[in-house]
Design a protein around this ligand. Structure first.
Ligand SMILES: N[C@@H](CCC(=O)N[C@@H](CS)C(=O)NCC(=O)O)C(=O)O
Length: 216
């Protein structure tokens, strides 16, 4: 038995994803599972990051989603680790270059896209966790800077919208989160990115299939 067949048989015993249908990081994992045809083995168990009684905090002390539970008790996070694990189950990686500098360069680009989502989330949390009079404009501007510098850098070398990989999944989930929560207005200033997202959505059915449910 190779390590891969062991991992495959473990995954085949069923995996539980702690997330919601609206989490942008959870969506990354859900898209990857669909693309890699792992959905039949994956159950979504809705998590509530604000509920201290939710077992999420025992499963992942950071209390963040997505978190992946495997049948032997192994717990994996964060979204990039989960996607790398999913990708390791196939004959050859499909969502990242197999090795070498190209792999780490792609991971860095995906980290940039994730950083946009992180900064956007922090802007949203600023409004959610603080009373209106305590909201820090300086903090919001600090995070906004990360979002726009990230968008500028990504726009300068856009990924192929016809290719689904860790970078395009991470970028699409970042942009759709910006569209949903609107911590910044990005569409008017980045027409090439708007076009990229439209093309990615047309090329990758798993993207639209994992869209946030109406009214959520
Ligand atoms: N680096 C993590 C970020 C995950 C993350 O921030 N998830 C958000 C929801 S989209 C969360 O769980 N927030 C709750 C919290 O920070 O307490 C990943 O890639 O999975």
């Amino acid at each position: 038995m190779t390590e891969r067949t062991d991992a495959r048989s473990l995954a085949g015993q069923g995996m539980v994803l702690r997330s919601t249908l609206t989490s942008p990081f959870g969506r990354k994992a859900r898209i990857a599972a669909k693309v890699l045809k792992l959905e039949a083995s994956l159950e979504l168990l809705v998590a509530n990051t604000l509920d201290e009684k939710d077992s999420l905090r025992q499963q992942n002390p950071l209390g963040k989603m997505p978190t992946l539970l495997l049948a032997d008790g192994t717990i994996l996070y964060d979204s990039t680790v989960i996607i790398e694990f999913f990708d390791s189950l196939g004959e050859a990686p499909r969502l990242l270059p197999p090795a070498g500098l190209a792999r780490y360069a792609a991971m860095t680009r995906a980290t940039l896209a994730n950083g946009i989502t992180d900064a956007a989330l922090l802007m949203v949390y600023e409004g959610r966790f603080r009373e209106a009079e305590k909201i820090s404009q300086r903090w919001l501007d600090h995070q906004r800077g990360k979002v726009f510098r990230g968008l500028d850098t990504i726009t300068a070398a856009l990924p192929d919208p016809a290719q689904t990989d860790l970078v395009s999944i991470s970028l699409a989930c970042a942009l759709s989160y910006l569209d949903w929560r609107r911590p910044v207005e990005w569409r008017a200033g980045y027409p090439a990115l708007v076009d990229w997202l439209d093309r990615f959505a047309a090329s990758e059915p798993a993207y639209l299939a994992t869209a946030r449910p109406e009214g959520a």
